[in-house]
Design a protein around this ligand. Structure first.
Ligand SMILES: *Cc1c(COP(=O)(O)O)cnc(C)c1O
Length: 376
C-alpha cells in the first residue's frame, strides 16, 4: 500500500538555481543579496518597519524576549496550547509564562480572559495565531495599550494570513515567522523577526549580530564595530536565504493551492460534521487564513486515538498536536496557569491534523475515503 505522509516539503524547482547563484557570488555568511531580497519582500508584504531574517522562529522569539527587556520574575501572558518555543524564549530570560485558556472556535488565546491574568509584574502578551487564523487583535492591542504591555505575535504559522486586512506579524510590537519545512513557505530551518515599532530596530540589529553594531559598520555609519549589548548569532547563511527566495517568489501560488485543498477538505467533511462525528475548523469572517493546517475535532481522546490508528493502517499520516504547556514538566516548573484550562485540555485531546501539502490533490479522494472509513 502506498503511504500518504502527513507532511511533504514542497520545492518550487528554483531553489538549487538560486543556491548556485549564492555559491557563485562567493558570499556565504548572512546578510548578502538573497537575505536582502527576502527581507525586502517581507517588509513590502507585511508593512513591517523592519524584517530581520533569523535561523528559526525560535530565534526570532528569543530576540523578541530580549528586545522586550524581560527579566527574572517578569510575567508573560500566553496560551498553553502552543509550541514550546513560545514559552522557552521568555523562560530563558527568567520570565514566567502565565497560561490562559483558548477560545473554543479558533483555538487561539481567549482575549476575554487576558485582563484578569494581568498583575503588576506582567510585561508582555504573546499571542499565537493557530493554524494561520488570527487572534482577536483589536481587543488584545487595546488591553495592551491600557496596561502598557508589549505584544509579540507568534505568527510562525501565519505567513500570508491577515486580520481585518492586516498581515499577521505586523500588528503587535513585534512578530515572529517560521520557515521550518512543516510551514507554508520554507527553507528547512528558518524564520524572521518583524519589527513594527521603529524604537526597537537599532537594538534588534545589534542583538542579532552577537551584540555588536556590525550592521552600522557595514552601512558605513561607524568606522569600527564593537560589543554594545546582549546578543547572539541569529542570522541565517546565504545558502538558506537563496532557497527561501525561491519559495517567496512562489508564495502567492503556494497559498492559493493550499487554500484550494483546505476548501476541498472543508466541503468533503461537511456531512460528517452535520451528523456530529467531527467538528471542522472555524474561521471568523474578518480573518483571511493561509491554509496552514486542516484539523478536525473528535468527540473524545479515545475516539481520536482510534481514528489516528485506523488512518495509519490505511496508510494515511495524521497527527495530534500540542501537549498543553501547563501540563508539561517544564511548563509546570517554569510557568503557571491562570484560571481554568478546560478548553485547552479538551481540544488538545480531541484534535487531529490531516495531511495538507502541495501535491496532495492526486491522493485527495483516497484521504477522504479513509477518513470516512475510519470514522465509520
Ligand atoms: C513552528 C512553530 C514555532 C517554531 O518555529 P521554528 O522555526 O521551528 O523555530 C514556534 N511557534 C509556533 C506556533 C510554531 O508553529
Amino acid at each position: 500500500m502506498k503511504k500518504i505522509p502527513f507532511n511533504k516539503p514542497y520545492m518550487t524547482g528554483k531553489e538549487l538555481w538560486y543556491i548556485a547563484q549564492a555559491h557563485a557570488q562567493g558570499h556565504l555568511a548572512g546578510d548578502g543579496n538573497f537575505t536582502k531580497l527576502c527581507s525586502r519582500w517581507l517588509e513590502q508584504r507585511t508593512g513591517a518597519t523592519k524584517a530581520l531574517l533569523t535561523h528559526s522562529c525560535t530565534a526570532a522569539l528569543e530576540m523578541a524576549a530580549m528586545l522586550a527587556n524581560l527579566g527574572p520574575g517578569d510575567e508573560v501572558i500566553m496560551p498553553s496550547y502552543t509550541f514550546v518555543s513560545t514559552a522557552n524564549a521568555f523562560v530563558l530570560r527568567g520570565a514566567i509564562p502565565v497560561f490562559v485558556d483558548i477560545r473554543s472556535d479558533t483555538l487561539n488565546i481567549d482575549e476575554t480572559l487576558i485582563e484578569a491574568a494581568i498583575t503588576p509584574r506582567t510585561k508582555a502578551i504573546v499571542v499565537v495565531h493557530y493554524a494561520g487564523v488570527s487572534c482577536e487583535m483589536d481587543e488584545i492591542m487595546e488591553i495592551a495599550k491600557r496596561h502598557e504591555l508589549i505584544v509579540i505575535e507568534d505568527a510562525a504559522q501565519g505567513i500570508m494570513s491577515t486580520y481585518k486586512g492586516r498581515p499577521l506579524g505586523s500588528i503587535g510590537h513585534m512578530g515572529c515567522l517560521s520557515f521550518h519545512e512543516t510551514k507554508n513557505i520554507i527553507s528547512g530551518e528558518g524564520g524572521a523577526l518583524l519589527i513594527n515599532n521603529p524604537e526597537f530596530v537599532d537594538r534588534a540589529e545589534i542583538i542579532r549580530e552577537k551584540g555588536t553594531n556590525r550592521s552600522l559598520f557595514f552601512r558605513g555609519q561607524v568606522d569600527k564595530y564593537t560589543w554594545c549589548d546582549l546578543g547572539s548569532s541569529f542570522l541565517p547563511g546565504e545558502l538558506i536565504t537563496a532557497f527561501l527566495w525561491a519559495q517567496m517568489e512562489a508564495a502567492d501560488s503556494i497559498t492559493a493551492q493550499r487554500l484550494s485543498l483546505w476548501s476541498q477538505y472543508h466541503h468533503s467533511l461537511e456531512a460528517l460534521e452535520s451528523t456530529g462525528r467531527i467538528r471542522r475548523p472555524i474561521v471568523p469572517d474578518h480573518c483571511q487564513q493561509n491554509a496552514h493546517m486542516y484539523y478536525v475535532l473528535l468527540p473524545d481522546l479515545d475516539s481520536r486515538t482510534m481514528f489516528i490508528e485506523r488512518l495509519k493502517t490505511l496508510g494515511i499520516g495524521a497527527v495530534f498536536h500540542y501537549v498543553p504547556l501547563h501540563s508539561a514538566p517544564a511548563g509546570r516548573k517554569f510557568g503557571r496557569p491562570h484560571g481554568s484550562m478546560d478548553v485547552t485540555d479538551s481540544h488538545s485531546a480531541r484534535l487531529v491534523r490531516l495531511p495538507l501539502w502541495m501535491g496532495l490533490e492526486e491522493h485527495f479522494d483516497e484521504v477522504i475515503a479513509a477518513v470516512g472509513e475510519s470514522l465509520a
